[in-house]
Design a protein around this ligand. Structure first.
Ligand SMILES: [Zn+2]
Ligand SMILES: [Zn+2]
Length: 353
C-alpha cells in the first residue's frame, strides 16, 4: 500500500510539473524546424559577428585584387600592344572605335566609381525619429519598429534596410534601395573588364608560355626580382578567368531578379507564396513586376529623361522614389517621363491596374 501511494503521489507531482512547464513554455508553432532554428541561432550570430568584424578585410581584399589585375594589365599588356600595334592600342585609323587604351580605361573608371558608390552609400533605413510612414507592411521583431514594404532586417548591420537585397561582405555594406544599381553595375563592368582582358590577354599569355623568346615586356621591380613576367601573366589569367566565371554567374542571377522586378529576399518569398497559392489553385503575382522593360528602366533609373548615357558613364542619380513607399501593379501611378514610354502609351503599366 505504501509503495502504491508513493507511486501515485510521484505520478501526480510529475503531472503538475509537466502542466506547469507546458503552461509556461507552450508554443503553438513548436516544431522540429523551430527547435533546429533555435539551436542554430548562436551559430548564425557567430557568423554575423564574424562577417561584421572581417568586413574591412574583405573590402581590402577586393580592392587589392582589382588593383593587381589592373596593375598587371598596365605593366605587361599595355606595353606589349603599344610596341606591337600602337594603332590598335590607340584606335587610330582602324574604324575600330576608341582603341584598347580608352576601352580599358572606360571599364576601369566605371568599376572604381560603382564600387566606391556601392560601398559608401547607405542602402537607406526607415526613419527612427517618430516620422509617420506612408506605407507599413509589418513590425520588425528585432528593431521593434514598423517596416515599410520591401524593408528587411539585416542581422549583420543590426538594423532594417529599405528594399534590402542582401548583405554583401565584399562591400562591408548592405545592398538595398540606394546602392543596388551601383552594386549591379560594378559587377557588370568588372565581368566585362575581365572578358576584355581575357580576349586581348590571350595573345600575351600564348607569347609568354609557348614562344621560346617571348617579346612581352620584362617587368623588373628591383634587381634580381624573383617575380618573372611569365608568372605575372599566368596569375592575371587565373584571376580574370576565375572572376569572370564566378562574378559572371552572380551577375546573371541578379540580372534575372531585376528582370522579374524582385530582390534576392523577395525571390524566396515570392517562390513560397507561389507554392502556397498554387495549393488552392490560385496564381501569385509579384506586385512589383511591371514587365521586364519597365523593371529595367526603373532599376537603372532610365526615367525622367535619363537614357543610356547615365548607365554607360558614371552617374550619381538616385533611384525613383524614397524607398519608404512603392507603387505596385495595383496602384501604378508612376509618372513615366521616359520618351519611349510616352510614345508607346499602350505599354504604360497603368493598363495593368
Ligand atoms: Zn529591424
Ligand atoms: Zn547588412
Amino acid at each position: 500500500m505504501g509503495v502504491g501511494r508513493a507511486l501515485r503521489s510521484l505520478s501526480r507531482s510529475w503531472y503538475v510539473c509537466r502542466i506547469t512547464c507546458l503552461s509556461l513554455f507552450y508554443q503553438e508553432f513548436m516544431s522540429w524546424s523551430y527547435v533546429l532554428d533555435t539551436l542554430l541561432e548562436p551559430w548564425f550570430r557567430l557568423g554575423d559577428y564574424g562577417t561584421q568584424a572581417l568586413g574591412p578585410l574583405f573590402v581590402l581584399t577586393v580592392v587589392s585584387l582589382n588593383a593587381l589585375v589592373v596593375g598587371i594589365a598596365y605593366l605587361v599588356g599595355l606595353p606589349y600592344y603599344w610596341r606591337k600595334n600602337t594603332q590598335l592600342a590607340l584606335g587610330k585609323d582602324l574604324g575600330f572605335g576608341p582603341g584598347l587604351v580608352v576601352v580599358g580605361q572606360w571599364f576601369f573608371v566605371n568599376m572604381v566609381f560603382h564600387f566606391y558608390r556601392a560601398w559608401s552609400l547607405s542602402p537607406g533605413s526607415p526613419p527612427t525619429t517618430g516620422q509617420s510612414l506612408p506605407q507599413v507592411s509589418s513590425i520588425c521583431k528585432k528593431c521593434i519598429a514598423p517596416k515599410p514594404p520591401r524593408t528587411h532586417h539585416c542581422s549583420v548591420c543590426q538594423r532594417c534596410h529599405l528594399c534590402m537585397d542582401h548583405h554583401c561582405p565584399w562591400l562591408d555594406n548592405c545592398v538595398g534601395f540606394f546602392n543596388h544599381r551601383h552594386f549591379f553595375l560594378y559587377m557588370v563592368f568588372t565581368v566585362l573588364g575581365c572578358l576584355f582582358l581575357m580576349v586581348f590577354g590571350l595573345e600575351v599569355m600564348l607569347e609568354a608560355l609557348i614562344t621560346a623568346n617571348p617579346t612581352i615586356p620584362v617587368v623588373n621591380f628591383w634587381n634580381n626580382c624573383p617575380i618573372s613576367t611569365r608568372s605575372l601573366v599566368i596569375f592575371e589569367a587565373f584571376l580574370t578567368s576565375g572572376c569572370f566565371l564566378i562574378l559572371g554567374g552572380l551577375t546573371l542571377w541578379h540580372a534575372r531578379l531585376i528582370h522579374r522586378g524582385e530582390t534576392s529576399i523577395e525571390a524566396h518569398l515570392n517562390r513560397s507564396e507561389t507554392r502556397r497559392l498554387a495549393v488552392d489553385g490560385r496564381v501569385y503575382r509579384n506586385p512589383y513586376d511591371f514587365s521586364p522593360y519597365y523593371n529595367w528602366c526603373l532599376f537603372l533609373g532610365m526615367i525622367d529623361g535619363r537614357g543610356w548615357r547615365h548607365v554607360l558613364l558614371p552617374s550619381t542619380h538616385l533611384p525613383y522614389g524614397t524607398g519608404l513607399e512603392f507603387d505596385s501593379i495595383y496602384s501604378c501611378d508612376i509618372p513615366w517621363n521616359f520618351p519611349r514610354v510616352q510614345n508607346q502609351p499602350k505599354r504604360v503599366p497603368m493598363k495593368l491596374a
